[in-house]
Design a protein around this ligand. Sequence first.
Ligand SMILES: [Fe+2]
Length: 423
Amino acid sequence: MFIVAERYWGNRVDASTQQIVSMSQRMIEKCCLQTYAASHFGRGRVSAHSKSLGFAPWCPSSQYSSWVKISAKTFSKLITTSVMRKHDVSVLIEDEDEEEPPLEQLSLAQHVITVEKFLPEAQILRDVFDKRFDNPRDISPERFMWDYWHVPDQYTLIRTQAQVYFSSALYDRLEDALISYGESVLGCRGITPIWMSYYVDGCVQELHCDNPHGPFAFVLSLTDWDARKFRGGETMILHPGVLDYWGSLYSSQQGLEQQQLVQLVEPKFNRLTVFDPRFPHGVKAVSGTRDPREARLVLHGWFTEPTPFFRGGLSADEAASALDDAMGDIMEILQDLPPATGILTIRLEVNGTTGEITKLEWLADTLIATPGPHGVPSDQVRAGMQQVISETLLGSADSPSNIRFPPSKDGTNTEITLPIVFE
Ligand SMILES: [Fe+2]
């Protein structure tokens, strides 16, 4: 027996496995697994081709309590046995020297995503901007809708709301494209109002974090990047290793420079950059042009409202009961694991005749294990959570999943995009 219960103030107590697991069920920091009720959010539009379902949060609150320290080996075994046997802890009591292979991550965290040639109408949007700045002596009203936004030592840029700048038809095409992407890839049903900003000489965004705005930020570039006459202008996002510097990047034998510390994303024309806005990020200072027509020009905002989406045979209402059961089973196990924060978006394929889940894809992953005294390596926490989700929904060779959706009325399969939010 090698599990040790450890109160965070240092009072160590030996305990049996059963006691530990029982205690952990009550006391380990809760992994708050949550989907958001669609009714809690008012922004954004839902495209006609998808149906959203408003779930009440499965686990609306978390209670921080750092109680239990377990080894990676035990953690691995706990995951496996929890999934297969629902806390049958007897299998944990084995020889301490037995080697247990590390759990495999089924998905790798991706904090920056780029999509090239995102919007078919990008050049039309760009042409509107160019036409309005074509004659510097023009005094038409459309030239006066810009805000010079200057927060000393933090933000300097010129911005406007895309919705007032472009025609309704053009704005709707832009918004629809972003919402469609958010639904199908990120599991988000809404976006914030879209900003448009240009950066000329002296414009900059210093490092900052946009934690409350939404789980994903986006930047859609209208910059003529290849013909640029300025320096700077890249979107910069701290590398994950910087946030775990002493545990990953630091070496007494080697110095580090910008490229090892910051990921720079060039705002190439019509490139959509999606990133985790909890990471410190900014825009490199622009220098070299004062002409708006030569500026760094971007549309930007945040994807919001993580919500399940359904395409195919089953409606949201028809799938609700089985999905609720599935997430309840997953939550029951995850709440006992070390904490994590971020979002995992998965896509399930449900057989229209049998109701079985036949396929699981990992779409978006910003999950980060929260450091703590539990002692489980970050990659093992992530892997464990993924294994729980996968084995509960898909089952395994030893233990088939008991999750069953109802057959669809016409027998066609259903595709469910499911964001799982950890807080
Ligand atoms: Fe930001």
